[in-house]
Design a protein around this ligand. Structure first.
Ligand code: FES
Ligand SMILES: [Fe+2]
Length: 369
C-alpha cells in the first residue's frame, strides 16, 4: 500500500459545508476535490454552488455581490444567475453588441440542502472543464440522507478537518482495531476491554454491509437502546447495521422496538492532503429529554471525533516522509475492500463494463478490539 494520494471519485454528491454557515443574501466558500466553490441560497430558498472563479478573468466570484438572485462579479460587474450560472448582464456592452451573453456560463454544480448540509454534485466533467456550462449525466443519483424511521426525530452534526488524504480518512473511519487505543476513556472503554469479535459482512451495491447483529453488550448504543425501550415487544432485539458505500459514506442504524438511532458519516476530499469528516446523527429515543441529551451527546461526540482527529494529525507527521505501509487480515480487510471497490468503479468507468464487485459472497471476519 503506497501512501501517495489515489485518484478521486467524481460523479457523486459531496457535502460542501454546514447549512448554518450560509446566511441570507451572503455567499460562503468551500472546497471540494480541489474545486473552489461559492455557495448560497437564493431568495426562493434554493441552494446554489458555482465554481468560485469568474469565467471572464478568474477572480473569485465570492468577492462580488449577491442580491438573492444573481451573483455579480467584483471586477467588471458581469452578472450570473446563481443556480444555472448563466450570464445575464455584461455592463460594458453597447446596445449594438453581437455577443450572445446567454451562452456564457459560470460553472454551476447541482446543489441541494439536506440534513443540515449543502451537498454538491461533482460530475466527471469537473476534472477538465474549468469554465463553461457543466456537463451532467441525464439523471443524478439521490442526495445521501441520514436514515430516519419515524416522522419526528432529533438531528445534529459534528465536523472535523483531517490533515490527510481522503483514503486515509476513510480507512480510519472503517478501522475496527484502533478503538481500544485511540478511544479509551472512562466513559467509553479501556485498553483492557479488548476482546475477540466476529462479524458478518456481505456485498451490497457499491459497498459492503456489516450484517444486522446485536451490538456488543458493552457498547453505549446497546445500553441506551435498552434503556429507551420505545414500544419494544418481548423478543425484540437491538439490531445494528453498518454499511459502507462509495465514494465515502458510512451509514449506521441501531433499532430496538420503535426506537432508533442512526448516523450518516462522510469523509470528503478537500485537497490532496486534506479531508473532512462530517457526522450527522439522528434519533427518536429520549426525545422528551432533548435539552439534556443533545448537549451531552454532542460533548461526548466531539471528544470522540477529536481523538480521531488528533491521531490523524500525528499520522500526518509520519506520512510526510512517504513510508511504506501495510494492511493486515482480518482487521484491515474492510480497508482492502474499500481500495478494491474504488478500483473496480474506476475500471468499470474506463471500460464501460459493469462494475465487478470485489466480494463474491458473505464473509466472516475476526479480530480483537
Ligand atoms: S473578471 Fe469577472 S467580470 Fe471580469
Ligand atoms: Fe475512531
Amino acid at each position: 500500500m503506497a501512501s501517495d494520494p489515489a485518484p478521486w471519485l467524481y460523479g457523486f454528491w459531496y457535502p460542501a459545508l454546514r447549512s448554518d454557515r450560509v446566511h441570507v443574501r451572503a455567499m460562503a466558500t468551500a472546497m471540494l476535490l480541489g474545486i473552489p466553490l461559492v455557495l448560497g441560497r437564493k431568495r426562493t430558498g434554493e441552494a446554489f454552488a458555482l465554481r468560485d472563479s469568474c469565467p471572464h478573468r478568474g477572480i473569485p466570484l465570492s468577492y462580488g455581490q449577491f442580491d438573492g438572485e444573481q451573483v455579480q462579479c467584483s471586477y467588471h460587474g458581469w452578472c450570473f444567475e446563481a443556480r444555472s450560472g448563466q450570464c445575464r448582464e455584461i455592463p460594458s456592452l453597447t446596445p449594438d453588441t453581437k455577443l450572445k451573453i446567454d451562452r456564457i456560463y459560470a460553472s454551476a454544480f447541482p446543489c441541494e440542502e439536506k440534513d443540515g448540509f449543502f451537498w454538491v454534485y461533482i460530475p466527471e466533467s469537473a476534472v477538465s472543464s474549468a469554465g463553461g456550462q457543466t456537463q451532467l449525466p441525464p439523471e443524478l443519483p439521490p442526495v445521501p440522507r441520514v436514515p430516519a424511521f419515524s416522522k419526528k426525530y432529533v438531528l445534529t452534526h459534528l465536523t472535523a478537518d483531517l490533515p490527510c488524504s481522503v483514503d486515509h480518512g476513510i480507512i480510519g473511519l472503517m478501522d475496527p482495531a484502533h478503538g481500544p487505543f485511540v478511544h479509551q476513556s472512562w466513559w467509553w472503554r479501556s485498553k483492557h476491554s479488548i476482546h475477540e469479535k466476529q462479524k458478518h459482512f456481505e456485498p451490497i451495491p457499491d459497498g459492503f454491509r456489516m450484517s444486522a447483529h446485536a451490538p456488543s453488550s458493552n457498547s453505549a448504543p446497546y445500553k441506551l437502546m435498552r434503556m429507551a425501550g420505545v414500544n419494544a415487544k418481548p423478543g425484540d432485539r437491538v439490531e445494528t447495521t453498518i454499511d459502507f458505500v462509495l465514494p465515502n459514506l458510512r451509514v449506521e442504524s441501531v433499532r430496538y422496538g420503535e426506537g432508533w438511532f442512526s448516523t450518516l458519516t462522510s469523509v470528503t476530499p478537500i485537497t490532496a492532503t486534506h479531508c473532512r469528516i462530517d457526522v450527522r446523527a439522528a434519533w427518536n429515543i429520549f426525545r422528551w429529554a432533548t435539552p439534556l441529551v443533545l448537549p451531552i451527546g454532542r460533548y461526548f461526540g466531539k471528544k470522540f471525533i477529536r481523538q480521531d482527529q488528533l491521531t490523524m494529525e500525528q499520522q500526518a507527521e509520519g506520512l510526510k516522509h512517504n513510508p511504506n505501509l501495510m494492511l493486515i487480515d482480518d482487521a484491515d480487510r474492510p480497508a482492502k475492500w474499500y481500495f478494491a471497490l474504488k478500483q473496480a468503479l474506476l475500471d468499470s468507468r474506463r471500460s464501460g463494463e459493469p462494475m465487478k464487485h470485489p466480494m463474491s459472497e458473505p464473509v466472516v471476519l475476526k479480530w480483537r478490539s
